[in-house]
Design a protein around this ligand. Structure first.
Ligand SMILES: [Zn+2]
Length: 473
C-alpha cells in the first residue's frame, strides 16, 4: 500500500502533464536464465531542468562512420550513466565500450554500424547507485532519476525520460538524439525499452547487461514486441499487436492474407534464428499469439534477431538516415556541363544501387558521378537528370518500405549544348584540322566517315560533312 501511495503522490505533483502515458517494455533475467518481463503504460515524466554542470565529459566513440566526422545523417546514439560518482566514471566508460562492441556485433546493427554515430556522456550524480536497489524504498539522489520499482514493478528500471533526452542532447546539439541508452550503476537485473521515446535502460554491472541492451534496442528502435510467454494471461485475446514480430495470425492465414511476416515464412536463415514460420507463444502469452522463429533475441538473450525483427530495425534506421549522404552540385538548375554526383551511405558488405534518369528515361550508367554532357549519353537541351539511390539489402523484403525509406533521389535541370558533329577531333572548335581529319577517315574507309549513317561511305557523306562544316557550331 505504501508503494501505491507513493506513486499517487508523484503523479499528483506532475499536474496537467501527468495525463499523458508512456508505453514501456521491461525485462529481467530470471534465476533460471530465462528472460521475463512485461508491458506497462506509465505516467509521463514531468518537465525537468537538468544540471549541465553534472556533465564532466562528452566523448564520440569509435563506432559508426568516423571518416564522415560528426554528421547529421546518422542514427545519433547516446549512452548516459546514472548513479555514478566522479571516481566511478572510468568503470562506466568501460561498460559502455563493452556494450557498444556487442551491440554492433549483432545483425543487422553490425551491417548498419556505419550509419550510426555514438556518444558517451559522463554525468556525475550526487549519490552512487540508483533508487530502490536492492529493494524498496531506498531513494538516491541521481542525475537521471533512474529507479527500480517504477510503477510498482520491481524490475521496471525507469529513467526520467525528460532528463535523459536533455542530457543526451548535450552530445547531439543542435540535433535531437535518435536513440538513448541509459545505464544504471547497479548489478540488479532490470531493463526497459520505451518505443515511443527511443530510450532503453539497463543495469550496467551484471553479466547480462550487454545482451539486455541489445534486446532493449529491439524495443526502443525497432518497436519490437517481446516473444517470451511469461507474465500475461495464458491465452492472448487482444487484437493484432502493432509490433512487426507478433501476430494473432498463423502461417496459413498470414500467407493467404499477406499479413505481418508472410514474406519470410518458410525461410531458414541460420544467422537470423533459423526457420521462419509461426510459433505459438509470444507477447507474454502461451496461446493465441505467434512469434516468427523459435528463440530469437526478443525471447532469449545471446540469440540473433529474427528476420522480421531485423527488417524492422533496418527500416527504422532508414526512417532516420537518408540513403543519400551528399549531393553535388546542389539540386536545381545547373547551367554548364558540371559533373553531377551523389554520395550514398555505405553499410558494411554492400553498396547502395544508383540509377540515373534523363527526363524519366533510364541511362545506361550506375556510377556515383555523371557527366551529363558526355557525348556517349546523346543528351542535349534542357534535361531533367535524376539520380535514384536504393538499398536493396536482403534484410528488407517489404517493397513499400523499400520505396518509402530505403530509396532516395536527387535531381538537377541541366542545359546541355547541342552536339557538334563537325568537330571531329572534339577540341571544341570547327576548323581545318577537323576537315583534314574527315578527309583522312574518308580515304581510310573509317566508319566515322559514314557521316549520314546510311551504311556506305560515299559522296553523300562528303557533302553532308561539308554542310555541317559550313554550319559550324
Ligand atoms: Zn523485452
Amino acid at each position: 500500500m505504501s508503494i501505491r501511495a507513493m506513486s499517487v503522490v508523484c503523479v499528483g505533483a506532475i499536474g496537467v502533464a501527468s495525463a499523458a502515458e508512456v508505453p514501456v517494455h521491461y525485462d529481467w533475467l530470471g534465476e533460471d536464465g530465462r528472460l521475463r518481463g512485461g508491458f506497462a503504460r506509465i505516467p509521463a515524466d514531468p518537465p525537468v531542468q537538468i544540471d549541465h554542470g553534472a556533465i564532466v565529459g562528452i566523448e564520440r566513440l569509435p563506432f559508426g562512420d568516423l571518416a564522415e566526422g560528426p554528421g547529421q545523417n546518422r542514427v545519433r546514439t547516446v549512452y548516459l550513466g546514472d548513479g555514478y560518482l566522479e571516481n566511478e566514471l572510468a568503470h562506466y566508460a568501460h561498460r559502455v565500450q563493452v556494450s557498444a562492441q556487442q551491440v554492433f556485433a549483432a545483425e543487422p546493427l553490425r551491417t548498419y554500424e556505419p550509419l550510426f554515430e555514438v556518444f558517451r556522456v559522463d554525468i556525475v550524480s550526487n549519490e552512487s547507485g540508483v533508487s530502490h536497489d536492492p529493494t524498496f524504498p531506498l531513494w538516491r539522489d541521481t542525475a537521471l532519476g533512474m529507479r527500480y520499482w517504477c510503477n510498482n514493478m520491481e524490475r521496471l528500471l525507469c529513467v526520467n525520460t525528460n532528463a535523459a533526452r536533455a542530457f543526451a542532447q548535450a552530445a547531439t546539439n543542435p540535433a535531437q538524439p535518435d536513440l538513448i541508452i541509459a545505464l544504471a550503476n547497479s548489478n540488479k537485473y532490470g531493463g526497459a525499452g520505451y518505443p515511443s521515446l527511443a530510450i532503453g535502460t539497463a543495469a550496467a554491472n551484471n553479466s547480462a547487461a550487454s545482451q539486455i541492451i541489445i534486446h532493449e534496442i529491439g524495443h526502443a528502435l525497432g518497436k519490437l514486441a517481446d516473444e517470451y510467454t511469461y507474465g500475461g494471461p495464458t491465452v492472448y485475446t487482444g487484437r493484432e499487436p502493432a509490433a512487426p514480430n507478433s501476430s494473432i495470425y498463423n502461417a496459413q492465414q498470414q500467407l493467404a492474407q499477406g499479413r505481418k511476416w508472410h514474406r519470410w515464412i518458410g525461410e531458414n536463415i541460420p544467422a537470423l534464428d533459423g526457420v521462419h514460420s509461426t510459433f505459438e507463444g509470444s507477447s507474454y502469452s502461451e496461446e493465441g499469439v505467434y512469434r516468427p522463429t523459435n528463440n530469437s533475441m526478443m525471447r532469449s538473450l545471446n540469440r540473433p534477431f529474427n528476420a522480421p525483427s531485423a527488417e524492422a530495425l533496418v527500416i527504422e534506421i532508414y526512417k532516420i538516415v537518408r540513403p543519400i549522404d551528399a549531393v553535388f552540385p546542389p539540386q536545381g538548375a545547373v547551367n554548364n556541363c558540371e559533373t553531377l554526383s551523389v554520395t550514398p551511405v555505405q553499410p558494411f558488405d554492400h553498396a547502395l544501387d544508383i540509377e540515373w534518369f534523363a527526363d524519366g528515361v533510364p541511362l545506361a550508367f550506375s556510377g556515383s558521378t555523371l557527366d551529363p554532357c558526355d557525348p556517349a549519353l546523346g543528351l542535349s537541351g534542357s534535361v531533367l537528370i535524376e539520380a535514384v539511390v536504393t538499398d536493396n539489402t536482403e534484410f528488407v523484403r517489404d517493397p513499400e518500405a523499400r520505396d518509402l525509406y530505403l530509396t532516395d533521389s536527387a535531381s538537377w535541370t541541366v542545359d546541355i549544348p547541342a552536339a557538334c558533329p563537325a568537330d571531329l577531333n572534339g577540341d571544341g572548335v570547327v576548323d581545318a584540322d577537323d576537315f583534314f581529319l574527315f578527309l583522312q577517315l574518308f580515304a581510310a574507309g573509317d566508319p566515322i566517315a559514314d557521316f549520314n549513317g546510311d551504311g556506305v561511305i560515299d559522296a553523300d557523306d562528303f557533302f553532308a560533312y561539308l554542310a555541317a562544316f559550313a554550319q559550324g557550331c
